[in-house]
Design a binder for this molecule. Structure first.
Ligand code: PEP
Ligand code: MG
Length: 890
């Protein structure tokens, strides 16, 4: 018989942390905690296979599931001494989703299941607390009706508010047992009115209703969006955990909270978290009551008066602190915990590897390695290279003029400045239109994630450090200030009131997620300094990695930034980008539009000194490191004049009439410029262009060698070649220019001539190309475009459908399409090496900065990756991880 149900608890645990794919993250870790003797309320997990069966069989269950669930419930009953549906001593359970990858808040949960008009009386007498029992019942009705019966939860909120108003009280906790009993009656009326049927009284019916709803929530819109953003395949499915309820809201010796074994913002080795006395879990995350710190130290640091957990319930705190230590030693990583204290006894409800800021990830990795908890290789693999981005973003200039509007919690570090938007859809819309926006909300919920993703920063009026906004923003690397209670809203008029200011959509604010402050207007920012941990990790990465990391840069600023970030040379200097400046583009256009060689030579003569100066600067900055200069590769449409003014300028520069210039422009216009007269095809038609560039390169190199004594290492790159003959033609021009310049200057420098591999034919015929080319640099942007037949410029309008339908689960222009483009790269490497064993191999497409792609480039044995300057640190780390992972699989 297939096992669909896996138990955990004192009387037997079937799973462990290694069975994450089957049991989901939560289920696997509950089993693991149970297995190592931690206090976990008993329960069981419906495996992800049940979810797969559910969706494969028209939302029905395997035949034997009912029997397995009954047996598992019986097991909980015997461990807890309660009985499901029992009027005197009822078992109540929670029903929670739990996928393989954490999807916080994206799917549904039902708590207190098993309550009905009869069992509530039993619970009241068992707990000796009618208020507690009816509070639990009304919460259950609200949650179940929302999740399973699709009754708008706002109706229940309204009824609760009405009741508080009637009784003249402010807090939920001030309502009496009788008030809550009356509230239960009105909740049941709401259900009857809205759903057209009464609230189900049979706990078994409730259980199957909840199971069905939680499985169904795998396909709700927010879960689908979250999966898309986080590359989680739909086929994984979710598991469901059904567990005996423990109550943090049974009185003042009860509490509930969340904790991190180290500080998830800074990485400091401090126990960090929040708790609430006499509350249920959702109260902590929902931000309705402000949670309190766990430790005395944290309370003092925050300047709060209300007692920390360490002071208010020292015995339970000590139990929790012991669990903290045991869990960190066991998992060898920072854990994110959920716990409940019921009548002084601690219960663990969840543990998982905690999300952390990039700063915290670095600090923890380094400190854990120094403590001997993990190895240096493990430390390197603990830091997500893409998250390093967060550290490279600007922070506020401390000397800048600032007008502070409000203060909140420093929920996710970094500063952001942008236009206010008040809802997620507008954030997405405005960001798509190129605006930088700050999403301002009362509090965020999972429905807001697309807007949070689109925004540069997030500001909320409510919520603690573990609220949805804080957790999600940290994960996404967005700056976030949460719980800024001075921020008020008027949803109807679309106004935000902060201090004495009235702001509307489009007004600019600046938020500082590191200090929790909110400022009016734009505040100056400065580039960050790298922390000590950053330097340690980068140093360790450099010791480990095999591949070199270069940068794609054409301006001196880019080259300097990249050098500071540790680039070991320039892997791609796109010379056409050196002509975008207003004063240069005219000469460039003149050159492109020249009708004959003479006209072209005239324009080239203007371009030569500009190029030479540029190259001199780059060679000087890179001081002896290799500099790969690519011959012109202008997709013509980017350079042709568009407006009448531009036409007039070019005509004047070339000394022709506007009409002649217009006709030439029409003649040059191409139907498909990306596959048109670009790359080395330009040099084939007009060798004088290649000649000018080669001369500029070698004049610059020889001048720098003479002036600085440092020998530049030019690597001249022929773009978009498909044949060896194209390279040979260009190479003849390059070699001739090199020889001439060296003879003229009396300076000798070494250089290489190579090609970009960015067409399928180039990969297929790599053995031929390598006869001419001394190096290959894979241009995976064009190689992706040409092998998939998808235009780089047009992909954005439909590629998301390809991601949604998992045709290309990840955008192939971001992370390399392993099977297709990857195979072409592999073929190019093998065939190139066959005819030239010492050929130098690199990659300079956007994939050169992407972690997964870098792992692949390591496996195929490239010598270097090249990426944009700000991605250099991420690439250094990813290259080290790739070396470690490749070593492990060898
Ligand atoms: C490429 O095609 O991968 C490349 C680096 O060149 P470009 O993006 O300039 O076409
Ligand atoms: Mg290209």
């Amino acid at each position: 018989m297939t096992q669909w149900v896996y138990n955990f608890g004192k009387t037997g645990t079937d799973g462990d942390a290694s069975r994450r794919n089957l049991l989901g993250g939560k289920g696997a870790n509950l089993a693991e905690m149970s297995g190592i003797g931690l206090p976990v309320p008993p329960g069981f997990t419906l495996s992800t296979d049940v979810c797969t069966h559910f969706y494969d069989h028209d939302k029905t269950y395997p035949d034997t599931l009912d029997q397995q669930v009954r047996e598992a419930i019986a097991k909980i009953e015997s461990e807890t001494g309660t009985r499901f549906a029992d009027s005197a001593n009822p078992l109540l359970v929670s029903v929670r989703s739990g996928a393989r990858a954490s999807m916080p808040g994206m799917m549904d949960t039902v708590l207190n299941l098993g309550l009905n008009d009869v069992t509530v009386v039993g619970l009241a007498s068992r707990a000796n607390d009618a208020r507690f029992a009816y509070d639990s019942y009304r919460r259950f009705i609200q949650m179940y009706s929302d999740v399973v019966m699709e009754v708008d939860h706002g109706l229940f909120e309204d009824a609760l508010e009405d009741m508080k108003l009637q009784r003249g009280v402010y807090e939920d906790t001030e309502l009496t047992g009788d008030d809550l009993k009356a509230l239960v009656a009105s909740y049941k009326d709401i259900v009857q009115d809205e759903a057209g049927t009464g609230f189900p009284q049979d706990p078994w019916e409730q259980l199957w209703g909840a199971i069905g709803a939680v499985f169904a929530s795998w396909m709700n819109t927010r879960a689908i969006t979250y999966r898309r953003l986080n590359n989680i395949p739909v086929a994984w499915g979710t598991a469901i955990n059904i567990q005996a309820m423990v109550f943090g809201n049974m009185g003042d010796d009860c509490a509930t909270g969340v904790a991190f074994t180290r500080d998830p913002s800074t990485g400091e080795n401090n126990f960090y978290g929040e708790f609430l006395i006499n509350a249920q879990g959702e109260d902590v995350v929902a931000g309705i009551r402000t949670p309190l710190p766990l430790t005395v130290a944290a309370r003092k640091k925050g300047g709060g008066e209300a007692l920390s957990m360490q002071e208010a319930m020292p015995a339970a705190f000590d139990q929790l602190d012991a669990v903290r230590k045991k869990l960190e030693a066991h998992y060898r990583d920072m854990q994110d915990l959920e716990f409940t204290v019921q009548q002084g006894v601690l219960y663990m409800l969840q543990t998982r590897s905690g999300k952390r800021t990039a700063e915290a990830a670095l600090r923890m990795a380094v400190e854990m390695a120094d403590e001997g908890l993990i190895t240096r290789d493990e430390a390197l693999c603990r830091v997500d290279p893409n998250a390093l981005d967060q550290l490279l973003h600007p922070t506020l200039d401390p000397n800048a003029e600032k007008v502070i509007l409000a203060r909140g919690l420093p929920a996710s570090p970094g500063a952001a400045c942008g236009k206010i938007v008040l809802n997620a859809d507008r954030a997405e819309e405005m960001a798509a239109g190129g605006e930088v926006v700050i999403l301002v909300r009362l509090e965020t919920s999972p429905e807001d994630i697309h807007g949070m993703h689109a925004a540069a920063g997030i500001l909320t009026a409510r919520g603690g450090m573990t609220s949805h906004a804080a957790v999600v923003a940290r994960g996404m690397g967005r700056a976030c200030v949460s719980g800024a209670s001075d921020v008020r809203f008027d949803e109807v008029s679309g106004k935000v009131f902060i201090a004495d200011q009235v702001l509307v959509e489009g007004d600019i604010i600046t938020i500082d997620g590191t200090s929790g402050e909110v400022y009016a207007g734009k505040v100056d920012m400065i580039q960050p300094k790298m922390s000590g941990a950053f330097a340690s990790v980068m140093g360790w990465a450099d010791e480990v990695r095999r591949m070199e990391v270069r940068t794609n840069a054409e301006t001196p600023t880019e080259a300097r930034v990249a050098l500071d970030f540790g680039a070991q040379g320039i892997g791609l200097c796109r010379t056409e980008h050196m002509f975008f400046d207003a004063d240069r583009i005219i000469a460039m256009r003149q050159m492109i539009m020249a009708a004959d060689t003479e006209g072209r030579e005239l324009a080239l003569a203007k371009l030569l000194p500009m190029q030479r100066r540029d190259f001199e600067e780059l060679f000087t900055i890179m001081a002896g490191l290799p500099v790969t200069i690519r011959l012109l590769d202008p997709p013509l449409h980017e350079f042709l004049p568009h407006s009448a003014d531009e036409l007039a300028e070019v005509a004047a520069a070339a000394g022709v009439t506007i009409e002649t210039a217009r006709q030439r422009s029409v003649k040059l216009a191409e139907t498909n410029p990306m596959l048109g007269h670009r790359g080395c095809r330009l040099a084939v038609t007009y060798p004088e262009i290649c000649r000018m560039q080669a001369r500029a390169i070698f004049e610059a190199a020889c001048a720098v060698a003479k002036n600085t004594g440092e020998s530049p290492v030019p690597e001249v790159m022929v773009p978009l070649a498909a044949t060896a003959r194209e390279i040979a033609l260009c190479k003849a021009e390059i070699d001739a220019a090199a020889a001439a310049v060296m003879a003229e200057t009396g300076v000798t420098i070494s250089y290489l001539v190579g090609t970009m591999v960015e067409l399928p034919r180039a990969s297929i015929c790599a053995a031929d190309l390598a006869v001419e080319a001394e190096f290959f640099s894979f241009g995976t942007n064009d190689l992706t475009q040409t092998s998939l037949g998808i235009s780089r410029d047009d992909a954005g309008s439909f590629l998301h459908d390809y991601a949604d339908k998992e045709i290309y689960p990840v955008d192939p222009f971001v992370s390399i399409d392993l099977e297709g483009v990857g195979s072409l790269v592999e073929m190019g490497v093998e065939r190139g090496r066959k005819s030239r064993p010492d050929i130098k191999l690199g990659i300079c497409g956007e994939h050169g900065g992407d972690g997964d792609s870098i792992l692949f480039f390591e496996k195929v044995g490239l010598d270097y990756v090249s990426c944009s300057p700000y991605r250099v640190p991420a690439a250094r780390l990813a290259a080290a991880q790739a070396t470690i992972k490749t070593r492990q699989t060898d």
